[in-house]
Design a protein around this ligand. Structure first.
Ligand SMILES: [Fe+2]
Length: 370
């Protein structure tokens, strides 16, 4: 080693030491804040889950196993895409939201959440206690979304849709504060409050006024997310939502049926999604870079490309991702999660890996070690 390079190496050691010391002092001042390296191009991993737990067994065994497994994976953040419980025969009482909050705060990485129809829209079903749906969403806003930070042991600061665009239970306009946006490693993420039960236009007590206000806010938040991604020169965008809007004619047992060219719903049900999908399509085509649209709702894990343009051509830069969710037919087995490797320097940015939690295997037990 030359004198010059040994001087250089000593200089870098000092520099490293001082950076370490200043990071340590920052960590001491704000121990629970995660650092979102906005400009960092390194790849990282995130965890996606949702539609869980749906039973006492899942709440006491399956989900704790899942959380321990996620914690062992050193994830950058996790996101639950809604439905904190089964759709019927279970009350939307304070205990439900307290249980979910405890789950999220036992995750070491920043924990994101977007509400699901089972935890607000369908709380008006008599078998769920006959609550006022808007009141349950207002309550979720207090429990999960009262600060600009994520949940989880490490927290990430997020942008929040604070403009008074949503309708509260008492009819006043309030912020849709569950809609969040954050950027990690040159990829921009946003949650959108999009729901099953026709996005609150069918099932018990449809609520067109609530839908109209929230849907306009969601479309605006989606469009602003693309604007933010363009401004930051983000490599990709990911949305995290609950409702399966239906994309085409392929899945009549699980999702609304839709003409993929016109995007109009064809099964005679109220269409709570067409305006969002129409606006989303225009943005996806203009953005050109990868867009992932994550949802739950129909509990059928899949990654596909069902979004077509108005002449029927596939939008190559768009991928739909449905997370696992409950499948009680398999006992505890389907309490699983989806690992996403995010590599901003790569062509497709998002790489998906279904993760089986070894302790949750039921149909085929985990192999024994020899
Ligand atoms: Fe669900």
């Amino acid at each position: 080693m030359s004198l010059r390079s040994s001087f250089k190496s000593a200089f870098y050691e000092l520099l490293t030491l001082s950076v370490t010391v200043s990071l340590l002092s920052f960590a001491a001042a704000a121990p629970s804040l995660a650092h979102d390296h906005d400009d960092d191009d390194d790849s990282y991993t995130i965890g996606l889950w949702g539609d869980l737990p749906y039973s006492t067994l899942q709440a006491t065994v399956g989900v704790p196993n899942l959380i321990a497994d996620m914690n062992a994976h050193r994830l950058k953040f996790t996101a639950h895409d809604g439905d904190l419980k089964q759709g019927s025969n279970s009350a939307c009482d304070a205990g439900l939201y307290a249980q979910a909050l405890a789950f999220f705060n036992s995750l070491e990485a920043p924990a994101m959440f977007t509400p699901g129809d089972n935890d607000w829209v369908d709380c008006d079903r008599p078998s769920n206690g006959g609550f006022n749906s808007r009141d349950r969403l207002d309550y979720e806003r207090k429990v999960f979304f009262s600060t600009p930070f994520s949940l989880g042991q490490r927290k990430l600061r997020q942008e929040v849709q604070t403009d008074p665009l949503c309708l509260s239970a008492n009819g006043t306009k309030i912020g849709c504060v569950e809609n969040r946006r954050w950027t990690v490693g040159r990829v921009t993420y946003a949650t959108l409050n999009v729901q099953g039960s026709c996005n609150n236009l069918c099932d018990t007590n449809p609520d067109p006024d609530e839908y109209n206000a929230r849907n306009a806010a969601v479309i605006l938040w989606m469009q602003q997310t693309f604007a933010e991604a363009k401004k930051r020169n983000s490599a990709a965008v990911m949305f995290i939502t609950q409702g399966n809007p239906g994309w085409d004619q392929a899945d009549p047992t699980r999702a609304p049926l839709r003409d993929p060219k016109t995007l109009a719903e064809t099964d005679g049900q109220p269409d709570g999604f067409v305006s969002l999908l129409t606006a989303l399509r225009a943005e996806v085509e203009a953005f050109r870079k990868p867009v992932a649209y994550v949802h739950g709702d129909s509990h059928y894990f899949r990654i596909d490309q069902p979004f077509l343009n108005s002449t029927g051509q596939r939008l190559e830069n768009f991928v739909r991702v449905e997370t696992f969710g409950d499948n009680q037919g398999n006992g505890n087995n389907d309490v699983r999660w989806l690992k996403v490797t995010v590599d901003p320097r790569s062509r497709d940015v998002f790489y998906f890996q279904p993760v089986t939690v070894p302790a949750n295997r039921t149909a085929v037990p985990a192999p024994t070690r020899n």
